[in-house]
Every structure is written in C-alpha cells, then in structure tokens.
Ligand binder design. Structure first.
Ligand code: NAD
Length: 264
C-alpha cells in the first residue's frame, strides 16, 4: 500500500454509504434501537426492525423517513429460537442477503439482588444475552457467505463496571454480551465480519426514563465530564459508523459512549 492509499477512507460520513445493505435492528421499535434504525436507513440501508412491540410498517417507514419497501417491521421475541429463526429466514428469503445486525433489544429491571426471582434472573439473561446469541447465530451464515458483515451488540457501562439503576442480572448480562462479542470477533474476522459492542452510559430513552425520574437522571449525569444525559441519536451515529466500510479495522471492541462517566 502506498502512503496516499493509507490516507483514503472508502466513503465520507455524509454519503449514502450503506446503499444496498440490508440491516436487522432488534429492539428497533423505540429508544436507541429506533435511533440506530433511523441512522442506518438515512445512509441508504434497508432496515428490518425485530421487536416485541413491532410498529406498523407504514408508521415505521414514516418515522424513518424512507419508502415503505425499504423497511420491514416484524413482531419477534428475541428469546424465542423458533420466532427468531422464522424472522431471519423470511427476511433472507425476500432480500437474499444480510449485511448488518444491531442487537439493541434489552430489559433492565432495577430489582434488589435478594429480591430477584429465578424467573426474572432468567428473563433478563434471556433477552440481553440469549437473544443476542440467537440473532448472531441466525445472521452470521449469510454475512459469512457475502464475505462482509457488521454486528453491533448493545452492552452498557454496566458491562464494564456495574449498572447505575439496573439489577445484578442486568450487570451480569451486559458483561456476557462483551464475552460473546469478543469471541465472535475472533472467529469471524477472517470472513470479513466485524463484531463490536457499544457501551452506552445514561441515554434518554423510555428505558432510562422508566428507571430514573427526570430529577434523578439530571443528578446522576451532573458530575459527568459532559454534564448531561446522552441522546439516542448520538449512540446511533456510533452504531452507523461501526456498520460502515470505514470501520473495517475495528472488531472485538467495547466502545464507551457515556459523556466521560467512566473516567471520573
Ligand atoms: P428501550 O426500553 O427504550 O427499548 C428497548 C426495545 O427492546 C423496546 O422496543 C422493547 O420492546 C424491545 N424488547 C425488549 N425485550 C424484547 C424481546 N424479548 N424481544 C424483542 N424486543 C424486545 O431501551 P433503550 O434504552 O433504547 O436500550 C437499548 C439497549 O441499550 C438495551 O440493550 C439496553 O440494555 C442498552 N442500554 C441502555 C442504556 C440507557 O441508558 N437507556 C444504557 C446502556 C445500555
């Protein structure tokens, strides 16, 4: 490679750099999943939202600002292997490719450790870790076949330290997401597939609002180097970058996006 070639990025940030790509975003009905779906669609990708609470297709198309044939909205519980299998198979049958998988579905109950029932423990692990496992396993063969793929898993600050408001099951699950991410990055890098995790801090979504009232959110973020709550679009910009050609040399990373919370 010449020195000039080493300076040249494949595309610029404001291009429709994901034109022709097909993406799945779990948990894409609201919050950061929806923001990620929007960021991917804006760059030209066709986006399928897989969510327990899937919106109507025309409502989703209008929210994302794209034509109806560029979105799919599928009701899926990511913890159910049969549902996940059927949803991936239907999309692959229709589009014949899968390039991008964003695993944003998650739940974070704030239950104190001694009050966590076995069923609740299992559910939190199931949505955050098992769901990510099932979707990665369904998506990877198509990415491998196309010799190109991008997986972005949602971990959290909770995956690096402990959760601000979620319980021990949530912290455990988000650590697990990082282990899965790193394993897959090593296994599938030679196939052109990168696998990364984003680790958001406190982001203004329905999940965060349900856990922390306005005043508590403000108090919790006041001491951050960037002293405010994060916005879903800010995380979505990171997801879209990781899903692009420009991020081809980043894999197995767990990228903090938290207003500097972890350095103080
Ligand atoms: P949110 O609750 O606003 O949205 C989560 C979405 O996931 C919802 O649309 C919900 O219907 C869907 N979902 C939940 N269980 C599902 C299941 N079994 N199958 C399919 N879909 C399911 O959450 P958010 O704040 O946007 O969080 C997105 C991701 O980021 C989650 O993994 C969360 O743990 C993580 N996270 C959130 C924050 C934060 O401050 N909001 C911080 C760090 C990490």
């Amino acid at each position: 490679m010449t020195a000039a070639e080493g300076l040249r990025a494949p595309t610029s940030a404001d291009s429709r750099e994901l034109e022709g790509r097909v993406a799945i975003v779990t948990g894409g009905a609201r919050g950061m999943g929806l923001a990620a779906a929007h960021a991917l669609a804006r760059r030209g990708a066709t986006v399928a939202v897989f969510d327990l609470a899937a919106p109507g297709a025309s409502e989703l198309a209008s929210t994302l600002g794209v034509a109806a044939d560029r979105v799919r909205s599928v009701a899926v519980d990511v913890t159910d292997g049969d549902q996940v299998h059927r949803a991936f198979a239907a999309l692959l049958a229709e589009r014949s490719r899968l390039d991008i998988l964003v695993n944003a579905a998650g739940i974070a109950p704030p239950t104190a450790f001694e009050d966590i029932s076995e069923a609740e423990w299992n559910r939190v692990l199931a949505v955050n870790v098992h769901g990510t496992f099932l979707c990665c396993q369904q998506g990877l063969p198509a990415m491998r076949g196309g010799r190109w793929g991008r997986i972005v898993n949602f971990s959290s600050t909770a995956g690096k330290t402990i959760s601000t408001a979620g319980g021990a099951h949530y912290t455990t699950a988000k650590h697990g997401v990082l282990g899965l991410t790193r394993h897959l990055a090593k296994a599938y890098g030679p196939d052109g597939v990168t696998v990364n995790a984003v680790c958001p801090g406190l982001i203004d979504t329905p999940m965060a609002r349900a856990l922390l009232p306005e005043e508590a959110l403000e108090r919790a973020t006041r001491s951050f180097p960037v002293p405010r709550v994060g916005q879903p679009w800010e995380v979505a910009e990171l997801v879209a970058f990781l899903a692009s050609d420009r991020a081809a040399y980043i894999t197995g990373a767990a990228i903090d996006i938290n207003g500097g919370d972890l350095i103080v």
